[in-house]
Ligand binder design. Structure first.
Ligand code: ZN
Ligand code: ZN
Length: 181
């Protein structure tokens, strides 16, 4: 979805559209976020308006995500819902850039005659992802030895064997840290 800069007026305009997710799914893999994918188009509602040469966009992104749990590797659905509000300022020429103050460096910029709303939606969607896909906070994961999904079954594997010499080492470390005090 692209909007000509000249069509953005001082009075707010609402736009609703469905955003295809092929490009986003490609980005998720590229960015190392392969634990997430989007199964169907996102529903986007935005309001845009102008204040001088600054363009204001606010809106919501709604859809569904599929995550692959980092612990048990099961795929699970989770809702995607993000509200956003961004201000785009016109891109300055290179000479003016040195004069930008800190606040301006934080802003986003536009250049050219079209605003690519799809690019904005992609950026905001990536920001909405939870940092790690987990099917639930207390997911017990897979047994490291037999691979059983410990959410569904318990296995008979015994806890991993620990080298008794390592236990001695940790005692040593403990007593030396005590000596430091
Ligand atoms: Zn899990
Ligand atoms: Zn096991």
């Amino acid at each position: 979805m692209k909007i000509p800069v000249d069509d953005i007026k001082a009075s707010p305009t609402e736009v609703h559209f469905a955003e295809e997710v092929e490009e986003l799914n490609r980005l998720l893999i590229e960015d190392g976020e392969a634990g997430y994918r989007l199964p169907r188009p996102l529903q986007i509602s935005t309001v845009h308006m102008r204040s001088g040469d600054e363009l204001l966009f606010s809106g919501t992104i709604d859809g569904e995500l599929l995550g692959q749990c980092a612990r048990c590797l099961e795929e699970y659905p989770l809702p995607l819902a993000r509200e956003f509000s961004v201000i785009l300022k016109p891109q300055r020429t290179l000479g003016r850039e040195l004069e930008l103050n800190h606040e301006e460096l934080e802003a986003s910029f536009y250049s050219g005659e079209m605003i690519d709303l799809s690019a904005l939606v992609r950026e905001q969607t990536l920001l909405a992802l939870p940092s790690q896909p987990l099917c639930r906070d207390d997911c017990r994961g897979l047994c490291a030895q037999c691979g059983a999904n410990l959410n569904l079954e318990s296995c008979t594997c015994r806890p991993a064997w620990r080298d008794p010499r390592l236990a001695v080492l940790s005692t040593l470390r403990l007593s030396s840290s005590r000596a430091d005090k």
